[in-house]
Design a binder for this molecule. Structure first.
Ligand SMILES: [Mn+2]
Length: 342
């Protein structure tokens, strides 16, 4: 991953000119967003600067091993803290999202005038809401892109094992433990350099993939065993988590992480969706194999977007209406879906 020298100079002066930074991640932040945020937190602290990570909503407890997690500010629950941190900040860093509405209602409190702003992201077609934009869709994750920037910058020597571990967490989670979005050698160069810094891969693996609670495993069982509907003619499948399921399985945010991927393990299923029912809307996650554009499907029917093989969206409708919309979408993408079945 190459950068123009002037871009790296911009990054270096962003860090240098920062005394206090507010770091924003997207709603329902994942290991990539919070891993990248945690790395920057550590870096700014080690340089004697103040960093506050602000999440639009709750940070999932499975990531609580990340450095600084206890101090990450949940905008919904700690609005005053978040607004104070933003007021004090002379710089704002946006991580792992391409559209400003990914931070939800936080937008209303976000005044950027007089502040230095930087966006680092790997989603396609970013809006230009920051002065300095690092956007690259060929990398596995924002964490990997952050690595390449830091490695090219004057700050690589300031990265310690703690910061490296946070970045490795982002790479591991966004690739599903090195199963997707990781066919480029640059990803492994990043991994090698982070291991050399002392990042503990086994520890991350244990926290991310071997710290399940029983409810979560049983929710997965319900999704696959009871809720799954297969559409063999399209090579597609859907699963649901209803409000009632949330009660039964004592659902908390992050519990559905990874569930959407399971139908793709079946030969002949190339596209799948997980519908999560909420009081006011239905949230949908999509996964696909090969060339099928999960992002275009989500954009057209579910006000969403994302990557070719991993996308998300939402719709203000009942669960039944959302499923009907999915079926309508399948028939409109019939030729693309059937091409993959040959
Ligand atoms: Mn990401």
């Amino acid at each position: 991953v190459e950068f123009e020298a002037s871009k790296i100079e911009q990054f270096d002066s962003f860090v240098e000119n920062t005394a206090s930074v507010a770091i924003f991640v997207h709603q329902n932040p994942d290991g990539d967003a919070l891993g990248s945020a945690s790395c920057f937190c550590r870096l700014f602290e080690s340089l004697g600067k103040t960093a506050t990570v602000i999440s639009p909503n709750e940070c999932p407890p499975y990531l609580s091993f990340l450095h600084g997690f206890a101090d990450f500010v949940d905008f919904e629950k700690q609005t005053t803290n978040a607004v104070n941190a933003l007021d004090k900040a002379d710089s704002v860093l946006f991580l792992d999202f391409n559209k400003i509405d990914r931070i939800g209602t936080v937008q209303k409190s976000l005044s950027l005038s007089g502040k230095n702003t930087l966006l680092i992201d790997h989603h396609p077609d970013p809006e230009e809401f920051a002065e300095i934009l690092f956007s690259n869709v060929t990398v596995s994750s924002t964490a990997e892109l952050t690595f390449h920037i830091l490695h090219a910058s004057g700050y690589w020597s300031a990265i310690d094992a703690v910061a490296a571990e946070a970045l490795l967490t982002g790479i591991i989670t966004d690739t599903g433990g090195f199963s997707h979005n990781c066919s480029k050698h640059a990803t492994y160069e990043a991994v090698a350099a982070l291991l050399e810094k002392g990042a503990d891969r086994e520890k991350i693996h244990t926290f991310i993939f071997q710290s399940n609670n029983l409810n979560k495993l049983q929710l997965l069982g319900n999704c696959i065993g009871n809720s799954m509907r297969v559409f063999p003619e399209y090579g597609a499948a859907l699963m649901t988590i209803t409000l009632k399921d949330k009660q039964i399985y004592n659902f908390s945010s992050g519990d559905s992480e990874g569930i959407v991927n399971y139908p793709l393990s079946v030969k002949g299923i190339n596209f799948c969706a997980l519908f999560t029912e909420n009081e006011d809307m239905v949230k949908v996650s999509f996964r696909s194999k090969g060339t099928f554009p999960a992002n275009a499907f989500s954009e057209k029917y579910f006000n969403g977007g994302g990557h070719l093989n991993a996308a998300g969206g939402r719709v203000q409708a009942t669960l039944q209406e959302a499923i009907a919309l999915f079926e309508k979408g399948l028939s409109s993408f019939e030729s693309e879906l059937k091409a993959l079945l040959k």
